[in-house]
Design a protein around this ligand. Structure first.
Ligand code: NZQ
Ligand code: ZN
Length: 387
């Protein structure tokens, strides 16, 4: 295990009776709030009324940025920054899933810079300070509620890029599993796949980290146990609560401590969503089994075999056979969540595969050095198999 620093200070308010703590947590940082949310779900399911009622009760002034899109656009962050400047906002409250939270992070980090916020994504500008952010999570998937990253789309340049900066780590996250009861089946499935992918990106390395890998296996088993159940019984609190807590721990840094993970599937998927605006978790589910197949060699096979035995209870003594059965079980699991398992079934067209492979490596500025090294040709092979 390599040396590491683990320093994640997001306060978690978990459970069904945490709303009354919201005002107190916000007031620690400011009392003029930019309330950020998505394209309408929180108005339909009553979460908006809950939050606004609480802000009013606590005498907190708020302004609204509504309509943040899935795969959030840089334009929404530009509008948020305009509102922050115009109204002298001191706190940002993101109510939603990863898209809303990520947009809030770019607003928080971009409002002080005297350049366009897209420069943060391209690395031309760096966040030195940020407005404090709080989160009310409504979808279990990205873990953005307890990490310092954001992923933003620029439709003009057809780019979907990420940045990470400690200043935008949320101060708190209110996580009420009941707020995810209304997440549709499709997004419950995609969210489950996203949680699993974050876990696997950290798990599949050649490092020997017994503790972290044991936690990773527990998260994967949680997804396998509760993913379908949450789809069939959307108001099953136990299922929703387990998925919610799993999503946070999959990506808050614990699983990558002491390891040399270089994420492989995410950079490929980000190109696919940049070109075709597909749902992130669906893209990951399609690409991951093909990536694992590509990764199989003498060095990596024992780890994939361990995954097969621990997560999918594969009873096969031969490592190669066990690994193959594990990859098949993963594929079948995603299929059982009704995820279309080919890119062509999500609107992706074959003529763009080469361009997406090229851009994956171009954005990375080098080969991906994950479980196995991936060059542009390797990425293209994986995309072709995923097609
Ligand atoms: O637009 P709204 O009204 O919010 O509706 C959303 C959206 O249509 C809906 N939804 C959310 N909560 C709901 C609900 N519908 C009913 N009831 C609820 N309680 O679900 C749809 C998807 O929401 P979105 O926020 O886009 O999903 P997700 O949380 O999966 O976020 C995806 C984005 O996060 C990025 C992805 O690339 C993508 O852009 N990621 C962010 C990461 C991070 N910050 O660390 C890491 C991830 O790997 C990922 O890349
Ligand atoms: Zn993800």
């Amino acid at each position: 295990m390599k040396d590491f620093i683990f320093d994640v200070k997001t306060k978690i308010l978990f459970g069904e009776d945490q709303l009354e703590n919201l005002g107190r947590e916000i007031k620690k940082y400011g009392n003029k709030v930019l309330l950020c949310y998505g394209t309408g779900s929180i108005k339909k399911n009553g979460i908006y009324d809950d939050i606004v009622g609480e802000l009013k009760k606590d005498g907190i002034e708020y302004f609204e940025l509504a309509g943040i899109e899935p795969n959030p656009r840089v334009d929404s962050a530009r509008e948020g920054i305009r509102l922050v400047r115009e109204h002298g906002i001191s706190f940002i409250l993101a109510v939603g899933g990863g898209s809303t939270i990520d947009c809030a992070k770019l607003i928080a980090g971009g409002y002080k810079l005297d350049c366009d916020p897209w420069n943060i994504l391209t690395g031309k500008a760096k966040i030195e300070e940020a407005l404090p952010i709080g989160v009310v999570l409504t979808l279990s998937a990205t873990g953005s509620e307890m990490d310092d990253s954001a992923v933003i789309t620029n439709l003009e340049t057809k780019e979907k890029l990420a940045f990470a900066n400690a200043h935008v780590l949320p101060k708190f996250a209110l996580m009420n599993p009941k707020y995810t009861f209304t997440v549709p089946k499709y997004h419950t499935a995609a969210g489950t796949a996203d949680i699993m992918s974050h876990t696997m990106e950290n798990y599949f390395t050649l490092d020997d980290c017994y503790f972290q890998d044991g936690v990773a296996e527990a998260i994967l088993k949680t997804c396998v146990k509760y993913g379908r159940r949450a789809m069939d019984e959307p108001e099953n609190y136990e299922a929703r609560a387990n998925l919610m807590w799993a999503s946070t721990w999959a990506i808050n840094g614990l699983l990558s401590t002491g390891k040399s993970a270089d994420w492989s599937v995410h950079p490929i998927e980000h190109e696919v969503s940049a070109y075709f605006d597909i749902t992130h978790g669906v893209g990951l589910a399609i690409i991951t089994p093909r990536w694992l197949e590509y990764c199989m060699n003498e060095e990596t096979t024992p780890k994939i075999a361990r995954f097969a035995r621990e997560v999918f209870e594969v009873e096969e003594r031969d490592d190669k056979k066990a690994a193959e059965l594990g990859i098949l079980a993963l594929y079948k699991f995603f299929e059982s969540l009704d995820i279309p398992m080919h890119l062509r079934d999500t609107g992706v067209t074959e003529d763009k595969l080469e361009e997406m492979a090229k851009m994956t490596i171009e954005h990375k500025r080098r080969n991906i050095r994950g479980f196995v090294e991936l060059s542009e040709e390797a990425v293209l092979e994986i995309l072709r198999k995923s097609f």
